[in-house]
Design a protein around this ligand. Structure first.
Ligand SMILES: [Mn+2]
Length: 397
């Protein structure tokens, strides 16, 4: 919107803001590239170019971490960063098309296109956020429950280090062990905003905890009034745990739900426990801004933190075909990105993007959208002062 007093366009205001951000990281990267990659051939006039590519450029060259951020190989150093991209290459929980195990690598590859500078978002992620790529969690492809234990321990390690966890699946079964790695460290209730075409809230699918079950388990142990009754319900013999007592269903909001596949058992659980479901029709009728407001009110009500779970299949498969259980009629990319930005404004304790299945993708469209969801969330967290170090790299006016 133009400024009501001066008439100045938002884009032009953003240009001024961005001009006040230092370019220290950029300068450091250039110096490092020249040191490690040697000086360019004599005919190269731009002497910031190195002989071997060691920084962001060219985008199609090099060894890709997420956004070519530093690889935190010694995970004990992850707390030195403000945010950590973590791959969870697991798709044993899929019930239709497998392939999401290749999601993290595909997102890393297309992420090399981005340098983190956004005129629209008025943010320079490269300068304003210390982001690393923490590599992948060691999943056990043949065993869902052992993988859940690995994931929970790893996510807990990242979260307690102080780095904001950006968790890249992998299939949606990971929603449960991801939240289980964070929620126990939060002193109060945790809201969950779950954006998906599918409700993913049934107890078991084909006799296991699959990608159709995560929200049953996070909110397990609560009765239909949302009270914690976790000591009284039955447990499954081979499972170590039976729900999270600070993730009540009243703080679970599911958005974009619809279609014709696999929702009956989960719908009964949602109804019994009293969680909130905004169908795609609800979102369309409310509009994105109002829908986000409704979701934030519900998720944050008497909660200490909110977690974002984004299933890429919430975006219409015409735009995001590379996914395991496609369902037409979902969000347009611009709607989905606006929605996650609005949700991120209030702050998050962690985020996941799941169900990117590169074997079915076209032109990397799906993995690029997954990357954009991450960038738009991180950018918003930085501009809202919830993450990063904006003031330290902004010159005074
Ligand atoms: Mn889904």
């Amino acid at each position: 919107m133009p400024d009501p007093k001066t008439g100045e366009l938002r884009g032009n205001r953003n240009l001024k803001r961005l001009d006040r951000i230092t370019q220290t990281k950029q300068e450091e990267e250039t110096a490092r590239s020249l040191e490690l990659g040697l000086e360019a051939a004599d005919s190269i006039n731009d002497r910031s170019i190195s002989l071997f590519s060691r920084g962001h450029q060219p985008a199609f060259a090099g060894i890709n971490t997420f956004m070519k951020s530093p690889y935190c190989e010694d995970i004990r150093n992850v707390g030195d960063y403000e945010a950590a991209f973590v791959g969870i290459p697991f798709d044993t929980g899929t019930t239709y098309r497998p392939g999401a195990r290749f999601g993290p690598q595909a997102v890393r590859q297309i992420s090399a296109l981005y340098d983190g500078f956004s005129v629209d978002g008025a943010v320079d992620l490269h300068e304003e956020l210390d982001l690393c790529d923490a590599g992948d969690i060691f999943v056990i492809p043949g065993n869902i429950e052992k993988t859940f234990d690995q994931v929970t321990k790893a996510v807990s390690y990242i979260y307690t280090s102080g780095a904001f966890p950006v968790l890249m699946g992998g299939d949606h079964s990971l929603g449960y062990p991801n939240v289980r790695g964070i929620a126990p460290h939060i002193d109060g209730n945790v809201g969950i905003i779950h954006i998906d075409r599918h409700i993913d809230m049934q107890e078991m699918d084909m006799d296991e905890r699959m990608h159709t079950t995560p929200w049953f388990w996070t909110s397990n142990g609560h009765n239909h009034e949302g009270q914690d009754v976790s000591t009284s319900h039955h447990s499954h013999s081979h499972m170590h745990d039976v729900g999270l007592n600070n993730c009540p269903p009243k703080n679970l909001v599911q958005m974009g739900i619809g279609g014709w596949y696999g929702s009956r058992p989960g719908s009964e659980v949602a109804r019994e426990r009293g969680s909130s479901v905004l169908t795609m029709t609800d979102v369309e009728e409310l509009g994105i801004k109002k829908a986000a407001e409704v979701a934030l009110d519900l998720a944050w009500k008497d909660a200490k933190a909110v977690y974002l779970s984004f299933d890429i299949d919430s975006i219409d498969p015409g735009f995001a075909p590379g996914t395991g259980s496609p369902e037409p009629g979902g969000f347009l990319p611009r709607e989905a990105l606006e929605l996650v930005r609005l949700i991120a404004r209030e702050g998050l304790c962690g985020m996941e993007v799941v169900e990117v299945a590169p074997p079915y993708d076209v032109n990397q469209n799906t993995s690029q959208l997954a990357c954009r969801v991450v960038l738009d969330v991180l950018g918003t967290l930085v501009t809202e002062g919830k993450l990063g170090h904006r003031s330290a790299v902004t010159k005074k006016e």
